[in-house]
Ligand binder design. Structure first.
Ligand code: PMP
Length: 462
């Protein structure tokens, strides 16, 4: 492969002059003289334009599950582009790749989830959920069932509907969200909100908050509950045992649809193909994206139960929803091959019985660090909580969000890409990460914690 030479200084100048990156401070972008330019990647390592090799502890953005540099995905895209680069699925047409991919997904999902609607992003998938669920209840003759229940600190995307479904208050401030008809309840964040309480009792309390809200609004008005099996962007929040069973039971009790957002958890992240399998619940609708194509092309999928599709098929009307790129043939062909790679290389098993446990053991060593309040993981996703006082969840400076970014910056400077969510360092490496790379991740985080410890302690003085 020929490597292109980039003029990095010029790219950074043009980045400030013309490019608005996603979810960014444009003042900071300007003040630091432009974004870090990532120019290539291989395996679990990304390379920036300044020649730094950085271990990618985030699999891109929770998505590059099969790792970088998969030539066969490029070849599949090339073949499909030459044969049929595009045709839509409006107007009673379809193309072979989305049909093959839908069939594959139906097999992996199993049970009643046998129908797939395609979109290009996780946000779009959840917008599909929003309109599909309301349309379903209209057809069922229960048009008053309009309200969605979600959790505070959930992430479901950045479009108007998906950011409303999400529970990020800092996102709601921009654009006057949420739109009407979305209610946010407690999240099952034991370390932050239930510290000192028995975790299972805390989980039950978080589930009970859902039922209380349903009863306060009126069960006949509730359309669906939506949640991520493990909250990702919210800080890798792993619910206590029993939580999901209780949520499912509450949904069934009141006839409410259960929607799982598997955009991060799907395709093996938790050591099972899907998070709902890990937690032993049966959703009516599942959103998927990211790992579906390992991020090689934008594609997402919304899986829908047979019963819902039967209802949609009980009327002549079109479901008047869909995107130009719904079922994009190139994206679907690449996604299908990506799933074949995951199967062929037994990457779900690898997460469950090899790198997942190895990652957990490495994090357990990190848990002994004086600045670490908790290190948690499930499969190959995890977080480290930074605290000012061991044995408590007290934060440096008495407020959240001071320590996290400092430790993150030290990690990146040390050669590890991770993210900070408030005061936790979150990790979501590719499934192909090696034991040596996991050890290196943990060593870099430990060194970063040591490096900033003194500064943090000085800032923490009353
Ligand atoms: N749902 C979840 C659980 C996510 O983590 C994300 C992205 N981080 C989304 C939805 C939105 O996906 P996208 O950015 O592709 O729109």
């Amino acid at each position: 492969m020929t490597r292109r030479n980039h003029d990095i200084a010029e790219l950074r100048r043009l980045d400030v002059a013309h490019h608005l990156p996603a979810q960014s401070s444009y003042k900071l972008q300007r003040d630091i003289g432009g974004s870090r330019i990532i120019v290539r990647a291989e395996g679990s390592t990304i390379y920036d334009g300044d020649g730094n090799a950085i271990l990618d502890g985030m699999a891109g953005l929770w998505c590059v599950d099969v790792g970088y540099g998969r030539a066969e995905l490029a070849e599949v895209a090339r073949e499909q582009m030459l044969e049929l680069p595009f045709y839509n699925t409006f107007f009673r047409t379809a193309t072979p790749p989305p049909i093959a991919l839908a069939t594959k997904l139906a097999g992996l999902l199993g049970g009643e989830l046998q129908h797939i609607f395609f979109n290009s992003s996780g946000s779009e998938s959840n917008d599909t959920v929003f309109r599909l669920v309301r349309t379903y209840w209209d057809i069922k003759g229960e048009p008053q069932r309009k309200t969605f229940i979600s959790r505070r600190n959930a992430y479901h995307g950045s479009t108007v509907a998906s950011a409303s479904l999400g529970g990020m208050s800092y996102m709601h401030v921009q654009g006057d969200l949420p739109i009407p008809g979305v209610e946010h309840v407690m999240q099952p964040y034991w370390f932050g909100d239930g510290f000192g309480e028995d975790p299972v009792a805390f989980g039950a309390r978080a589930a009970q908050d859902i039922e209380d809200r349903i009863l306060a609004i009126g069960p006949e008005k509730i359309a669906a509950f939506i949640g991520e099996p493990v909250q990702g962007a919210g800080g890798v929040i792993i619910p206590p045992d029993g939580y999901w069973q209780q949520v499912e039971a509450i949904c069934r009790k009141y006839g409410i649809l259960l929607v799982l957002d598997e955009v991060i958890c799907g395709f093996g992240r938790l050591g099972e193909w899907f998070g709902f399998q890990k937690f032993g619940v049966t959703p009516d609708i599942v959103s998927m994206a990211k790992g579906l194509s390992s991020g090689y092309l934008p594609i997402s999928a919304t899986a829908v139960s047979r019963a819902i599709v039967e209802t949609l098929r009980s009327v002549d009307d079109d479901f008047v929803h869909g995107y130009t790129y719904s079922g994009h043939p190139v994206a679907a062909a690449v996604a299908l091959r990506n799933l074949e790679i995951i199967e062929r290389e037994q990457l779900v098993d690898r997460v469950r019985s090899d790198v997942g446990p190895y990652f957990a053991a490495a994090l357990a060593r990190l848990a002994a660090h004086p600045l670490v309040g908790e290190a948690r993981s499930l499969g190959l996703i995890g977080a480290v909580e930074i605290v000012a006082e061991k044995g408590t969840n007290r934060r440096f400076g008495g407020r959240e969000g001071m320590a996290g970014p400092m430790v993150r910056d030290a990690c990146i400077a040390g050669g590890l890409m991770v993210r900070a969510v408030r005061d936790s360092i979150v990790m979501c490496p590719p499934f192909i990460i090696t034991h040596e790379e996991i050890d290196r991740m943990v060593a870099i985080i430990a060194a970063a914690l040591d490096q900033v410890a003194e500064t943090l302690r000085a800032l923490d003085l009353p």
